[in-house]
Design a binder for this molecule. Sequence first.
Ligand code: KE4
Length: 431
Amino acid sequence: MENHRTMERSRQWMDRARRVIPGGVNSPVRALKSVGGTPFFAASGEGAWIRDEDGNRYLDYVLSWGPLILGHRHPEVVQAVRQALDEGVSYGAPTAREVLLAEAICDAIPGMDMVRLVSSGTEATMSAVRVARGFTGRPKVVKFEGCYHGHADFLLVRAGSGALTFGTPDSAGVPPEFAMHTLTVPYNDPEALERVFREVGGEIAAVIVEPVVGNMGVVAPTPRFLEALDSVPRRHGALLIVDEVMTGFRLRWGAVGSHLGLHPDLVTLGKVVGGGLPLGAYGGRREVMEQVSPLGAVYQAGTLSGNPLSVAAGLATLEVLGRLQPYDALEAAGARLEAGLREAAREAGVPVTVNRVGSMFTVFFSPDPVGNLDEARRCDTGRFGAWFHRMRDRGISLPPSQFEAAFLSIHHGPEEVDRTIEAAREAFRAV
Ligand code: KE4
């Protein structure tokens, strides 16, 4: 496997970056804090590959944290953005393209009557919760430990001392009062969800959930948890918000929540629907979405919402996905990689659990199953970090944290997967 000549230019860029950007990065996870070392500075991408400022090439399993299901610079996406660019960059007026993307999203997702385009997943989830609070007139929201829904104040909250106590801010700068209406309970724990509704159900506006979690590492929902998600909030007059920012159009065409038997009142989207450009969306039942300004009383706005370049990238991405329907191929590539990684770890005598759903996976450095945040936290994060670097030395770029999802694109075929397994065989032996 190719080891890397140097990371000198990335180190130089990081020294300069640290002087003018907090931590040298524009999103914390990119700084490699949990695995140590220096991040490579990306220079270009092509298909499954990303190249850094020193000319090193890596098979990319970060893929911009999920958006690039079609790989880097898919020609139809590039062409669509170029064409939009030839017409204009931004208007602040409605455009036909936004209607086409809204129609495509509503057609693809059951129960999605109306959708509002925004510029990030955070905006989508923040707005969806506000709409749920406006629609129900209730203050509280329930989220799950290990799920991440962006950085809105009231979503940066971890469980209080007891599940029913007010949430505790998970970030400095969030006043306790901003967290007090957020209740956090364990994922995959139907009884905990039942309990919180038994106690304060009349005050809960919504439950927000990742239908397949990516943000504690990949964790799939249990059938009993899904059944509780679909019944308990509704029984108490609360809405179900399914956060598909990571899973939307990645695990299947449209949303995975409805495929898993959920009937969300609101769905949030991001990442893939923007094709790698800034775009998020939230939508759902007409009765709920009619609360949104200027139609209703729930205010939400955005200078660059529906930006023509982002919308062009999103439209092209959905058009290619709709035509290719690559989900069986992604499942096959994911299964091949999962089997190879398990075998490589077993051969090296390294205890791991590989959680995978479709083209999202995580190698947990734990011998035990991982079905919630407590179990994920038992992982040997130090050994994960060492493995991360051994893999990067061999030209494989993985998410730099044990608690993140890795992604495949349509360009991660048998050759790329086998190359990754070979690198893993060597890397597992070295940690
Ligand atoms: P953004 O605001 O980052 O576009 O989306 C927030 C968000 C909302 N919901 C889910 C399920 C998400 O996964 C995310 C963002 N995911 C992270 C990856 N763990 C983005 C990477 C980063 O923060 O740099």
